[in-house]
Design a protein around this ligand. Sequence first.
Ligand code: NAP
Length: 222
Amino acid sequence: MNDTGEGATKGIAVLVPGGSGQLGRALAAEAARHADDVQLWAPSSAELDVTRPGAVVEALADLATGAREAGRAPVVLNAAAYTAVDAAEDDENRAFAVNADGPRVLAAVCSSRRVPLIHVSTDYVFSGDAGRPYEPDDPLGPRTAYGRTKAAGEDAVLGSGARAWIVRTAWLYSGGAGDFVGTMARLERERDTVSVVEDEVGSPTSADDLARALLDLAGPVA
Ligand SMILES: NC(=O)c1ccc[n+]([C@@H]2O[C@H](COP(=O)([O-])OP(=O)(O)OC[C@H]3O[C@@H](n4cnc5c(N)ncnc54)[C@H](OP(=O)(O)O)[C@@H]3O)[C@@H](O)[C@H]2O)c1
């Protein structure tokens, strides 16, 4: 049983730290399409900084109160992250604060409030040299600062005692101006031929598809 008590039958109330990011925006759009079942609060880092324990405690208290009043079950879906992979090499402490300390704080507060936590992670926790698709239980072996901090975030969540799920994704796209799919679509319109690096292998993931899957998961776990 969670903070709303056993009477929570009117869907879910979801707190999405990192709500202003690519995935956070996709989650908000998907929730808006299912407003009867999903109430979602998607704060930016200015509104909720996951590295500040006091702010997280307050946000979880607000979530619990709002969920109780609406008769919904509370869930935290963590989309907050330091995602600048290259910059993290020179700023690993900052990346660690957001990607490892932040989830540790969120998980500790979720655990004490008995609110389930879904934490989003990345294929960068693996070494990348398996030569085959990775399985969830494959050994971690991050090769980058970003990957190390995200692996530490997974450990912190799984060791917290919270009811928690780790969802790893890869190479998110929304088709917007800055991402690979959006850039390719633009270049295809502007040029006769397009050159692309051929030494990278990845699994592009639609942020909209992931948002749908995460909210599908959030319903049953709440
Ligand atoms: N993008 C990808 O290709 C990719 C691939 C694999 C996994 N992932 C994972 O998917 C998740 C979502 O990524 P995304 O692509 O949506 O990232 P994004 O667009 O870079 O968004 C990151 C979000 O985290 C927020 N944030 C940063 N520092 C924070 C802090 N201290 N406290 C609270 N929020 C903070 C940012 O807020 P502000 O903008 O307001 O500062 C932003 O809303 C992350 O866990 C990421 O590791 C992403």
